[in-house]
Structures are given as structure tokens and as C-alpha cells.
Design a protein around this ligand. Structure first.
Ligand code: UDP
Length: 362
């Protein structure tokens, strides 16, 4: 009886057009999700301070430029229209930066999230899909990580996200919020149309930086650590296509249950080492992409890859675009067509990448 009733409600929600408040919607993953929400018949409105997001990535969608740290701005933006749900992408996500500036991370990821939750409560919005990260597990993991794996975040970035996850879970229990927390593994790739993709400043991620080498924008790709306890000594990650992530947000939105917060891994389920990723980049681009053995990055886990059974069962999600080949090919299509990304002015000067003169590995 209860099950039938809640299935009916879920069906009704799924079939109805929702007006969505998307924080960080002009960013890399957010912009792909905004497009997907629109294609599915929903009405996404973007709230973004454009510190790392791009206006061009959400052209044609309502964009409210504002900062989640500004409580009045958030409250008034949420009151602009009757929103049915919030999808919360906004946040800072660089491990090394979080170690240098932990307070910034707790402010942007935890404190701003609490501001958002408060504003949602004031407006009576009780549906949330939140971005989180596999780094809450810490690692190293020798096998696939499921959601019940012990939470042992090893850097401030991960701790700042986990703190908000806990807050969301408590709000579900206390106020009836319905939430799904999506723990991304390594988001990568670009939209199949070739007009949305990754454009960070500075860029720190492996795939875009390897492709920068192929484009002649940097001389070689540093391999950050070759003595990890992994099969080839380099870090192992789980790369998942950004369009698959976007799809998961859509499915999550249609499966929120009042009073329940549940975390869900989003990965491809397949582990790949840094060396394997670089080899794939060489194959796709036809460029030798020289690499350089470099010091490990503080805060990096040796190995993290996902058990995605919960996402398959709960969300009915399948990562269709997430073969490593498709990820790299789509990223290459974006970067080679848009070597300057969205071509918008950078908020901060891009520091020149440093290449320590260590031994060359390939
Ligand atoms: N990495 C690397 N060289 C780079 C960028 C990244 O060797 O120029 C490594 C990094 O140490 C990690 C993996 O590639 O083991 C994935 O890093 P990325 O920054 O793409 O994602 P993260 O796992 O840190 O979220």
C-alpha cells in the first residue's frame, strides 16, 4: 500500500515539469546537467557567481549571478520564482588548494551549503540533489568502494563536503528534506555536441592537462607519483563521463523521498591508472604526449574506484558514455575545437605549470 502510493507520487513528479534552482550551474558538470534538465522538459535556473563557471556554458538559460556566501542574495534568488527543487553543484574542489586554504573550503563547501539549506527552508523547498565526492572515503581501497565503505576523508576538501553531507542527512531527519547526495568519482569528457566541456583556470586535472600537451600548450604531462601501491605504481581512479553524471542528476531528481537523504556513488566502475589514461590520450590524439615523473600531490589517495550497484538500482542509471576511449575522445573533440575553452577572461592569472627536472618516464 505504502509502496504503491509512493511509486505513484514518484511517477507524478517524474512526469511533471519542475522549476529547478541550480547552484553552480555554469560550471563544468552543472552546465551539462542544466542542458539535460532542459531536454527532459524541466525549467533550470542557474545561480552562479561565475568565479569558475562560464556565462557561455549556460547561454539561453536564466542566470542569476550571485554568491552563496551572500545570504540575502541567496534568499532573494530563491524567492524569485516558485522552485520545486534545488540542485547544488557550487563549491570548491581542489585537494591541494584545500590543504593550503582549509578555511576557504569549509566556508565555500560547508558554510555556504548551510546558507542554502536555510534559505530553502524559508522558501519551503524540500527537495535537494547535492554534489559530493568519492574523496569522502579516503582510500586506499583495494576493491570497489560501496557507499557503506568507512568514511575517512584525508584532506580538507573531502572533510568540508562530508560535513555538508551530514548536515543534509540531519535536515532530512528533522525537517523532512528529501535529498540524494551524489558522490562523484572522476568527472571527465565533454558533451557529444562539442560545445560544452572542461575549462578550469588553473587546470589541474589529468585528462585536460594531457590533452594540453597534445595541443602544444604545455611541454609534457607530469605523473604525480609512481611509487603508489598500485599495479603500475601510479594512482588509480574511476573516470566517469560528464554526460552520465548529468543523467544521474535527472534521475535522482525524480526519485527524492521526503525525510530521506541517501548517498550514491557515480563512477564507471572501472579502475584506470594515470599511465593508462595517458596511453589512451596518446592513442586518441596520435601525439606522443611526453610525461615526466613528478612528486606526488599531497592529499591524493592511491586508489579509488566505485561500486555503482546502488546507482544502478536506486536511480536506474547506467554509465553509457564512460568507456575511457569515449571520455578521452569527447574531451579531445572539445579541447581541439576550443583550445581557449570558452574564451572568457580568466578571473585569476593562470600560473605557469611547474615541471620539476626529474627523470623523464616516457
Ligand atoms: N595527475 C597527474 N598529473 C596531472 C594531473 C593529475 O599525475 O597533471 C594525477 C593525480 O595525482 C591523480 C590523478 O592524476 O592521481 C587524477 O587527478 P585529477 O586531478 O584529474 O583528479 P582527482 O582524482 O585529484 O580528483
Amino acid at each position: 500500500m505504502g509502496v504503491t502510493c509512493s511509486q505513484t507520487i514518484l511517477k507524478q513528479i517524474a512526469n511533471s515539469r519542475m522549476r529547478l534552482f541550480v547552484t553552480g550551474g555554469a560550471g563544468y558538470i552543472g552546465s551539462h546537467a542544466v542542458r539535460r534538465f532542459h531536454e527532459a522538459g524541466h525549467e533550470p535556473w542557474v545561480f552562479d557567481n561565475l568565479s569558475t563557471g562560464h556565462r557561455a556554458a549556460v547561454a539561453g538559460f536564466p542566470l542569476m549571478v550571485g554568491d552563496l556566501g551572500d545570504e540575502r542574495a541567496v534568499t532573494s534568488a530563491l524567492a524569485t520564482a516558485q522552485f520545486d527543487a534545488v540542485i547544488h553543484f557550487a563549491g570548491a574542489a581542489l585537494v591541494a588548494e584545500s590543504i593550503q586554504h582549509p578555511l576557504n573550503y569549509f566556508q565555500q563547501n560547508t558554510s555556504h551549503g548551510i546558507t542554502l539549506l536555510n534559505a530553502m527552508r524559508q522558501q519551503g523547498i524540500d527537495r535537494l540533489v547535492m554534489s559530493s565526492t568519492c574523496t569522502v572515503y579516503g582510500g586506499p581501497a583495494t576493491d570497489r568502494v560501496e557507499e557503506d565503505y568507512p568514511l575517512a576523508p584525508i584532506n580538507p576538501y573531502a572533510r568540508s563536503k562530508l560535513a555538508l553531507e551530514w548536515c543534509v542527512a540531519d535536515c532530512a531527519a528533522a525537517y523532512g528534506l528529501g535529498a540524494i547526495v551524489l558522490r562523484y568519482f572522476n568527472a571527465a569528457g565533454a558533451h557529444q555536441r562539442g560545445d560544452l566541456g572542461e575549462d578550469h583556470s588553473p587546470e589541474t586535472h589529468l585528462i585536460p592537462n594531457a590533452l594540453r600537451v597534445a595541443l602544444g600548450q604545455q611541454p609534457c604531462i607530469p605523473i604525480c607519483g609512481t611509487d603508489y601501491p598500485t599495479p603500475d605504481g601510479t594512482c588509480v581512479r574511476d573516470y566517469v563521463h560528464v554526460e552520465d553524471l548529468a543523467e544521474a542528476h535527472l534521475l535522482a531528481l525524480e526519485r527524492l523521498v521526503p525525510g530521506r537523504s541517501i548517498a550514491c556513488n557515480l563512477g564507471s566502475g572501472s579502475p584506470n591508472s594515470v599511465q593508462e589514461v595517458i596511453a589512451q590520450c596518446r592513442e586518441v590524439t596520435g601525439h606522443p604526449i611526453p610525461s615526466l615523473v613528478s612528486p606526488l600531490r599531497p592529499g591524493d589517495a592511491a586508489s579509488l574506484f566505485a561500486d555503482i550497484r546502488r546507482a544502478r538500482e536506486l536511480l536506474d542509471w547506467t554509465p553509457r558514455h564512460s568507456s575511457l576511449e569515449n571520455i578521452v575522445a569527447s574531451a579531445w573533440a572539445w579541447h581541439s575545437r576550443n583550445p581557449a575553452g570558452y574564451g572568457e577572461p580568466q578571473p585569476h592569472p593562470v600560473p605557469a605549470p611547474k615541471f620539476p627536472s626529474l627523470r623523464r618516464s616516457a
